[in-house]
Ligand binder design. Sequence first.
Ligand SMILES: [Zn+2]
Length: 342
Amino acid sequence: MSLLLISSTRFADHQTPPGHPERPERAEVMDVIADRWRQQGGEVAAPGSATLEQLARVHDREYLRRISETAGRVVTLDPDTYTSPESYEIALIAAGAAIDAVEAVMRGSHGVSLAMVRPPGHHAERGRAMGFCLLNNVAVAAAHARTIGAHRVAIVDYDVHHGNGTQHVFESNPNVLYASTHQFPFYPGTGAADEIGIGSGGGFTVNLPMERGAVSEDYQLVFTEVLLPVVRQFRPDLIVVSAGFDAHERDPLANMRLTAEAFAAMTMELRAVAAECCSGRMALVTEGGYDLHALAASLGAVVETLAGSIGPARWPKSDVASSRGRASATATKRALQPFWKF
Ligand SMILES: [Zn+2]
């Protein structure tokens, strides 16, 4: 089978204070998904650790030094971001898993890969831990992919939060497209439609901010009218997905109304674009997703989508009338009109 899952039992060792949403039980859900895949005859690889050189492509050396000093200690890095004594080591493994995910598809050993990691990464800035994130796993992976033959990398982030860290790392870079759907206004506050990149990176940041309460049809509309056309025109050599599942209707942190089937549909749409643009090369890396039942169902649906053959995306019907997608698509198209055809 051409899907590679990457998973480590060590991810449970990143401990957060009791009641914190980024709880160790998230790792257990990932273990269950990995076991099920093994039982179906699928391949599950244990990740290596990212090296300082790999991390320094997107993080400041001074920050890497400071974060390494949290090893063996409990440290509060920002109001929601903590380390346990093992967290530094686990964060290196999470970034390493993201690197292994792009290695597998860039080297051609697998068609598609999914790294199930924690802590998440997309809020981590070049020089700052933030929003449960220590190292920016997806940014590290995209930067690594650029050194092993991917000239253009598209990052698609369907986590319910805007990936401020990923955007900031690449906002001046025309070779890395960052496209995000997210609840807005919401944490972390960035991700407005008119944030489109800086300098020669202009047009290569695509933000689809949506009002709370968005449903499957809203996501389908912004994918179909904005996100997918831009990724197609960009013609990436690799698609990297920040696969967060906190836009699920059960998620305790956010207010969107997606179901597991909607995550499967988004994943299928991206698979189809990857097949068209880059021989199907796509690496997914988990981000948020704080309801354990929703996380299990969504991850399961995504694995099934990645393991099966490519077909039409089956967007679920929500039976809710919502125009949140229309408002978002209109604003983003207006901002990006000079750069892309819609
Ligand atoms: Zn999130």
